[in-house]
Design a protein around this ligand. Structure first.
Ligand SMILES: [Fe+2]
Ligand SMILES: [Fe+2]
Length: 263
């Protein structure tokens, strides 16, 4: 079983990000023919969190599985969705009592795709070490999934690079999210795991990691509280494409960065 492709999109930020997915995903699908589409949805609702309505819109646009991160619990009305849906995951190393699940398995065309979400612990807070929790999750998925795709939602590049090495040869891919800024270190590691420190975002490059640049600059200049709105200028879709090699590992890695098509 090889030659399948997974398309992963970085943090979709607010309405501009959602519209970019709706307008641009069809041509990405036509060009790359992915067998599975995953996206990080922690910023889809007004720039912070996710709601049932925004999640449904993304599923309708062609996304199979949504991963999340530190903003996942921002909206209470998402908790039931997180508990019920097997198409959305929250960090596996959060408290066991928190709403939702940390991993899922989606079967498509006879292939069982495991998708895991993890949170970093450097400059962020997670209940448990992602390095220990992923060992346990991979053990659980060993008989349940043909491929395991990991979204490591983390701040520090050192922690992300370390996770890449921790999982090299044990997962199809480890991709970083959360910083909204893409890194240039994407590749297939020697053990066969596709890795990148950060995928970037699906959102407005004309802001500061998704927020209007004037507001962020005012915050830095005045050091006073400022209301943040989602930026709308120069929206791009940022993601990665991973091709499978069989035996659970990756054959190729490609970074995808395209301007959003007009809606
Ligand atoms: Fe984010
Ligand atoms: Fe985040």
């Amino acid at each position: 079983m090889s030659g399948q492709r997974v398309l992963f999109l970085g943090d979709i930020v607010g309405e501009p990000g959602r519209s970019a997915v709706t307008s641009t995903l069809p041509s990405l699908v036509e060009r790359h023919a992915p067998d599975l589409v995953i996206a990080n949805g922690e910023n889809v609702a007004g720039g912070l969190g996710i709601t049932p309505r925004t999640a449904d819109k993304l599923f309708a646009a062609g996304i199979d599985v949504l991963t999340t991160g530190n903003h996942v619990y921002r909206h209470r009305d998402a908790y039931e969705l997180l508990d019920k849906s097997n198409r959305i995951v929250r960090p596996a190393n959060y408290l066991e009592t928190n709403p939702g699940r940390g991993h899922t398995v989606i079967e498509k065309n006879g292939v069982r795709w495991g998708v895991v979400n993890l949170s970093g612990n450097v400059f962020m807070q997670a209940a448990h070490s992602p390095f220990h929790v992923i060992n346990r999750v991979l053990g659980q998925l060993e008989d349940e999934a043909d491929y395991v795709f990991v979204d490591f939602h983390a701040e520090a590049t050192s922690e992300k690079v370390a996770m890449g090495w921790h999982l090299d040869g044990r997962a199809l891919a480890v991709v970083g999210t959360h910083t909204h800024v893409p890194t240039a270190d994407g590749r297939v590691l020697p053990g066969g795991t596709a890795f990148i420190s950060d995928v970037g975002m699906t959102g407005a490059r004309g802001g500061v990691i998704g927020v209007k640049k004037e507001q962020i600059l005012e915050r830095f200049m005045t050091q006073m509280p400022v209301k943040f709105d989602t930026a709308t200028d120069d929206v791009w879709v940022m993601g990665v494409l991973v091709e499978t090699a069989g035996n659970g590992l990756a054959k190729s890695f490609e970074q995808i960065m395209v301007p959003a098509e007009p809606g």
